[in-house]
Structure formats: C-alpha cells, structure tokens
Design a protein around this ligand. Structure first.
Ligand code: G
Ligand code: G
Ligand code: MN
Ligand code: NA
Length: 262
C-alpha cells in the first residue's frame, strides 16, 4: 500500500505535525488544557488528517512508534507551556496547563506502553498530573489482567486517564468504578443535540451528575455554539472544547495563547 510505505518514511523522519485544540472552563472561559491532534503534511496529498492514516497505522502496528512520537512531543510541549506560564499558579490560583493525548487500543496493548509513559514523564519534566491519556472504550472492554495492572501503574505514576468518545460504542458506567478514570469526554454527537432534544439534554446532564458524584471530570466535545456552552455550564459540566472556542492550533498559535493567558 502506497500510504503505508510513505507512512514508514514519515515515521522514520518524524514528519508529522501536532496540532493543539484548547479545552476551556465553560464558565470563565479560562484555558485549562489542549488536546494534541496529529496531522501528516504530505508532499503530494497536502495535510493528511488522522481519519486517513490512523486506522492504517493501527492495522500495521505503525501506530506504536507514531504514538510514541506523539506522546513525547505533546509532553515536551506541555512542559514548555508550564515554563511559559509559570506565573499562573500563584497569580490566578490556577493549575498548570494540561495536555491530552489520544492513545489507540493497539498502542495501549503494546508491551512497551507503560514504560514509554514513564520515560516521557521523566525526560520531559511534565508534571504527571498534567498528562491526560485518552483511551477509547475498546481498551477497557477487554477487562483482562494486563489492562488492569497497566491502568493501576499509570494511575500510580500520577498521569490521568480519560475515556474518549464517551457514550458511543459499548460504554459502560462500570468502567468508572473498575478503573482509575479521572476524565470523561462526552462525544460530540451528544452535544449536537443538546438544545434540540430533551432526551439528549437529560442524558448529558445525567452523565455529568454521575461523573461529578464519582469525582470524575467531564469534558464536552464539539461545542459549536453559545447555546450549547450555556446549557452545559448550567447543568454543571465544567469543561469543553470545540470550534466555538478554537479549532486545533499550530504549535506556534498555541504558544501565543499560553503566553497571552499567563
Ligand atoms: O481533529 P481530528 O481530525 O484530528 O481527529 C480525528 C480522529 O483522529 C480523532 O478520533 C482522534 O482521536 C484521532 N487522533 C488524532 N490524533 C491522534 C493521535 O495522535 N493518536 C491517535 N491514536 N489518534 C489520534
Ligand atoms: O475522537 P476525538 O474526540 O479524539 O476527536 C476529536 C475530533 O473532533 C478531531 O477531529 C477534532 O478536530 C474534531 N473537533 C473538535 N471540535 C470540533 C467541533 O466543534 N466540531 C467538529 N465538527 N469537530 C470538532
Ligand atoms: Mn480525543
Ligand atoms: Na471524541
């Protein structure tokens, strides 16, 4: 496959770009984190989006080295934000900026994953609590001993685990009880229908309330208008991301935001 071959070269040359989408406090608008989203600037195809190559990389196993690169870049960048905004904590009583990294099931299952995370924390100097790993429910569905011990080790390291795309697929609230989950990301499909359907509203409110009771933070994804933002804020959903606030930004754009915000 042509894309697979050029993916090999791209991995060898680290020829990817990470974009960063702001995650904000829905009430104050304060910046609290960024989600790292990979892109592939391809010489002939232009900017290739992850839908086009992540699944290829998962099938071939190339996601393991690609994911390791993403993790390291994102953690190093977050450590840089923490330096750029070191006045934040004392000045506003706010916490250091976090970074949220997508981890696919194939990558999580690789025997080297936990060591990779440990090493990235050690070498970049990121505060471990500022690193969020976004897992999809497909990782947790397995419920095998490896998943359990790896989750425990990651929790002990102090990094945070998020369930991404929550509400789609085979979600189960029992994951919140069985694993050390710190964050739930409510899928965009629920946010889309918020102002339109009472049922959607009730679902999101219910998820938010349960999460809050369990001490799990909620991030609403795909917020595109102020009506959605205000509905979420009024039901007590603390955090969100979406085009209303910002599209995924380049490294430079994200740094400018961090500096302006410091
Ligand atoms: O904005 P966007 O088109 O970047 O992302 C599309 C999808 O690709 C999302 O489902 C996201 O989780 C996934 N994705 C983006 N970046 C990464 C990454 O670095 N690693 C993995 N495994 N998935 C990613
Ligand atoms: O699956 P995951 O949640 O990681 O994917 C995030 C995806 O959602 C990325 O492709 C990102 O670019 C996209 N995204 C983020 N905010 C919005 C939004 O407000 N609207 C739409 N349509 N997509 C969004
Ligand atoms: Mn995600
Ligand atoms: Na999602």
């Amino acid at each position: 496959h042509e894309l697979n071959e050029s993916l090999d070269t791209a991995i060898a040359e680290s020829a990817f770009a990470l974009y960063y989408q702001p995650i904000v406090d829905l009430v104050s608008g304060d910046l609290v984190a960024f989600e790292a989203l990979v892109r592939w600037p391809h010489e002939r195809r232009g900017m290739v989006l992850p839908e086009e190559f992540i699944s290829l990389a998962e099938e071939s196993g190339q996601i393991v080295p690609l994911g390791a690169w993403v993790l390291e870049q994102a953690a190093a960048e977050a450590a840089a934000w923490q330096r750029l905004s070191s006045g934040r904590r004392t000045a506003g009583g706010r916490r250091p900026l976090r970074v949220s990294v997508n981890v696919s099931a194939r990558q999580f299952r690789d025997a080297s994953f936990v060591d990779q995370v440990r090493q990235v924390v050690d070498t970049t100097g990121i505060h471990p609590g500022s690193l969020i790993l976004e897992l999809t429910e497909s990782v947790l569905m397995r419920r095998d001993e490896r998943v359990r011990t790896d989750m425990k080790t990651l929790g002990d390291l102090g990094v945070r685990i998020a369930i991404d795309d929550f509400g789609t697929g085979y979600s189960s609230l029992s994951y919140l009880r069985e694993f050390p989950i710190s964050v739930l990301k409510i899928d965009k499909s629920f946010i889309d229908g918020l102002g339109l359907s009472q049922q959607q509203y009730a679902l999101v409110e219910g998820i938010t309330r349960i999460a809050d009771t369990l001490g799990v933070q909620v991030i609403a994804e795909g917020i595109e208008n102020t009506a959605q933002r205000h509905l979420l804020a009024s039901m007590g959903c603390p955090l969100g991301q979406g085009y209303l606030f910002a599209r995924p930004l380049t490294v430079e754009q994200a740094r400018i935001l961090v500096q302006d915000d410091a």
